[in-house]
Design a protein around this ligand. Structure first.
Ligand code: FAD
Ligand code: NAP
Length: 314
């Protein structure tokens, strides 16, 4: 089994920062991800609220963070983590193949969250055939076409604005008559002639011709009216669910699966920290994931120093 001081699970902005802090404290750090480093930043068009970069594309910011991390000697390990086993002072990060398991003194969970699905007929069938959860990945396929965006939060509005640059018309279908998104995004969206809004409405089905989607069925909750809105694409941004299933047996999550920590990013399991979007927290953004990462990296270092000091006095 490969041995590290710290294993960081997830290479989004939180995980990359935690790994950077650990490595700069001279710890041997593995940063594990089942996908491309960068996390949700890979699904983000323009980031305007990360200081130092007045405007930067999400994947580019991810690339820059990765360079900062690997420059400090962090090992990037590709793999899907299945769980964490606690054995005395050892923490074993369990991988799909037992031979790939990683032994560490401290583990930092930075697995973020996944897109919530609508769970309606046609969603799965037309996923990749019009239905998308990533405007920056798929927007260009809908040049000069009409698309639907579902949701009313920061993601729906910011990615809707991105789509308005690429497509002909963006129809935001929201279940209430008010957006949840921050004011600056709302103002921009209301001013943009390519952005239209369908209020108090739920998308009940994605319809198509089997090869690709052609529209969505929409139910107006106030009037009771049902109609089909033609669209070549449907971008779904209705929030997230925590990627915490592998850690549920540790008893560190709340009833919805968000990991509970204190201000030091410690969970109730000693030597196991959690940071970023997977945490139970108020504001899920790049800057807060990065802040959590710095705190956890530093506290993991102090925890390992305590273990060493205890071993010397034994
Ligand atoms: P993530 O970025 O989600 O990274 C988690 C990583 O963990 C992923 O790479 C994943 O592959 C990996 N992982 C998960 N489970 C496992 C496992 N079992 N084994 C191995 N690896 C695993 N924030 C802003 O500040 N500004 C914005 O403009 C902005 N725009 C956004 C636009 C969209 C469309 C979305 C969805 C989010 C946006 N956000 C924005 C929010 C921001 O992206 C997140 O808050 C941030 O990425 C969270 O970072 P994280 O490190 O906690 O997790
Ligand atoms: P969110 O804030 O949870 O918003 C989800 C939206 O989808 C809400 O408008 C919600 O409606 C709606 N919704 C939820 N379930 C639904 C369902 N079953 N059917 C239809 N609509 C549904 O999620 P988010 O917008 O993805 O943002 C997630 C986090 O990332 C937030 O912390 C956000 O601040 C951050 N983020 C930041 C930026 C930025 O800083 N520019 C950009 C993107 C994301 P209600 O409003 O009625 O609840």
């Amino acid at each position: 089994m490969k041995k590290y001081d710290v294993a960081v699970i997830g290479a989004g902005p939180g995980g990359m920062t935690a790994a950077l802090y650990g490595a700069r404290a001279n710890l041997k750090v593995a940063m594990i991800d089942r996908g491309v480093y960068g996390g949700q930043m890979n699904n983000t068009a323009e980031v305007e609220n990360y200081p130092g970069f007045p405007s930067i594309m999400g994947p580019e910011l991810g690339e820059k963070m990765y360079q900062s991390t690997t420059k400090q000697g962090v090992d990037f390990v590709y793999g899907d983590v299945q769980g964490i086993e606690v054995s005395g002072q050892d923490r074993i990060v369990k991988m799909e193949n037992e031979d790939d398991n990683i032994l560490a003194k401290a583990v930092i969970i930075a697995t973020g969250s996944d897109n919530r699905k609508l769970g309606i007929p046609g969603e799965e069938e037309y996923s990749g055939k019009g239905v998308s959860y990533c405007a920056v990945c798929d927007g260009a396929f809908f040049k000069d076409e009409d698309v639907i965006v579902v949701g009313g939060g920061d993601s729906a509005v910011s990615e809707g604005l991105y789509l308005a640059n690429v497509t002909d018309n963006v129809n935001v279908v929201h279940r209430r008559d008010q957006l949840r998104a921050e004011k600056i995004l709302q103002d921009r969206a209301f001013k943009n002639p390519k952005m239209n809004f369908t209020w108090d409405s739920e998308v009940t089905e994605i319809v198509g011709d089997e090869n690709k989607m052609t529209g969505v069925k929409v139910h107006n909750k106030k009037t009771g009216e049902d109609k089909v809105v033609d669209a070549a694409g449907a971008f779904i941004y209705i929030g997230n669910i925590p990627n915490s299933k592998p850690f549920q047996d540790l008893g560190i999550t709340d009833k919805d699966g968000w990991v509970i920590t204190n201000d030091k990013m410690e969970t109730s399991a000693s030597g196991i920290y959690a940071i970023g979007d997977v945490r139970q927290k108020e504001l899920r953004q790049i800057i807060t994931a990065v802040g959590d990462g710095g705190i956890a990296g530093q506290n993991a270092f102090e925890y390992i120093e305590t273990l060493k000091a205890a071993a010397v006095t034994e």
